[in-house]
Design a protein around this ligand. Structure first.
Ligand code: TYD
Length: 145
């Protein structure tokens, strides 16, 4: 899946790309997102990842309950998604697409372009105890061992 609106059917919960509204006029383009309207959760936090050195990886964990929308607001990067049974790489390179990632999805961000900026809209404030940072623990919680 790359850039489209395909739905990952095999997972219990569905990760999917969401095309966001675009307002275009002679002054340029504007894209917006509203919680519970364009994404299925209230937006409680935004953060962004930038100035990622070539070859570096970000993420490499899952969340117990947090849902998120991942957007390449500048440049490009890949998101590796894994629900324990299925693995998929989604390339993000358009600022009007968001990747919806449900809870209990192992995800890693990689292959950042030089100007790559990753905006993440999250359903919860930061809480370290919502992170699952150990892959075997993740598989155990998903019922896969
Ligand atoms: P982390 O989520 O582990 O980054 P990544 O998934 O890209 O590897 O966060 C890195 C550090 O930043 C970690 O010490 C926690 C801190 N942090 C906050 O304090 N608030 C936040 O909202 C986020 C996302 C991270």
């Amino acid at each position: 899946m790359s850039g489209g609106c395909d739905v990952h059917l095999a997972a219990t919960h569905l990760w999917r790309t969401i095309e966001l509204p675009r307002v275009t006029d002679r002054r340029g383009r504007l894209t917006y997102v509203e919680g519970r309207r364009h994404v299925p959760f209230p937006i409680r936090r935004a953060y962004w990842i930038y100035d990622v050195p070539g070859g570096e990886l970000r993420g490499g964990h899952a969340y117990r309950t947090l849902e998120e929308l991942v957007i390449a607001v500048s440049g490009s990067f890949d998101v590796v998604l894994d629900d324990g049974s299925n693995r998929e790489v989604v390339a993000l390179n358009r600022s009007y697409y968001g990747l919806y990632v449900p809870a209990m999805t192992w995800r890693q961000l990689e292959n950042f372009s030089t100007n790559g900026v990753c905006l993440i809209l999250a359903s919860l404030p930061y809480a370290e105890d919502d992170y699952i940072r150990d892959y075997d623990t993740f598989l155990g919680l998903r019922g896969i061992s």
